[in-house]
Design a protein around this ligand. Structure first.
Ligand code: PGA
Length: 255
């Protein structure tokens, strides 16, 4: 089922697998319309199922990544791209190694650079030179972050080095064995960079995301609630499972 709540088109799916399938079919529609477009990818647990579905579609011959350019949202800092914990490694393992991506058109922020200010500036320029991002995939943090744009006093602008929130360190330390090993900083596309994407596809699964989804749709638009800024974007598709939607179901009564 899909619903429209203010500017959000919301697909409500039964569980994680159905959420992944729905997101995949939406991605396919965009990709088949714009085969040489610029696509923004996200990492984390949420899009893993989507990437599995996309690999499947590729193997069935329903989709090609040959002519697209990709930009990833973020990367830990410091982080060597060759590390198994890097988002570079994640993307290769979960998607790029299994499809016909042109490796020269893959862009993931680097976590091992010294001149990160120049790197961030160049990253934004490269997105611009490529005509901007046609479709950006997003997850959302339990604290409402999008990309690694954590709750803050101001909305961030372009790509920048940021400090991870304690809640993010706690949430993500599962991938690092313990919270001692996880980097405290990251390079992330900013809120302005995300708002400049033509289309956004945001996904969430599980009860632990239900507050973040509620606050994104109904919360005050403020930098302490980063996802709320999407209320101002013209083209946001939300794909959620029933657990992640549990708070908005109560609110609207009709979902
Ligand atoms: P997750 O992270 O998919 O691992 O839950 C989402 C996010 O932090 O944006």
């Amino acid at each position: 089922m899909n619903y429209t709540v203010s500017n959000f088109v919301i697909y409500l799916e039964k569980d994680y697998d159905e959420m992944s399938k729905r997101a995949s079919s939406i991605f396919l529609q965009y990709l088949n319309k714009k085969k040489n477009g610029v696509y923004g990818f996200a990492t984390g647990t949420t899009p893993e199922g989507l990437y599995k579905e996309l690999i499947q579609e590729y193997k069935l011959g329903n989709i090609s990544f040959k002519n697209i350019t990709s930009f990833n949202l973020d990367e830990y800092f410091p982080m060597d791209p060759s590390s198994e914990h890097s988002y570079h490694h994640y993307m290769m393992e979960h998607l790029f190694n299994h499809v016909d991506m042109d490796k020269n058109k893959i862009n993931v922020p680097k976590g091992n650079i010294t001149d990160y200010e120049k790197f961030c500036h160049d990253y934004d320029m490269k997105i611009k030179e490529n005509g901007g991002i046609h479709l950006q995939i997003l997850g959302i943090g339990t604290n409402g972050h999008i990309g690694f744009n954590e709750p803050d006093d101001v909305f961030s602008k372009g790509t920048a080095k940021i400090k991870l929130a304690e809640s993010t360190i706690k949430d993500n330390s599962i991938h690092f064995g313990n919270s001692e090993n996880i980097p405290r900083e990251a390079i992330s596309m900013g809120i302005k960079s995300i708002m400049m994407c033509e289309n956004i596809l945001i996904m969430a699964s599980g009860k632990r995301k239900s507050d973040a989804i509620y606050n994104m749709i109904y919360g005050n638009i403020e930098p302490q609630n980063p996802g709320s800024v999407l209320q101002l974007h013209k083209n946001v598709t939300v794909v959620v499972d029933e657990d992640a939607a549990s708070k908005i179901i109560d609110k609207t009564k009709r979902i």
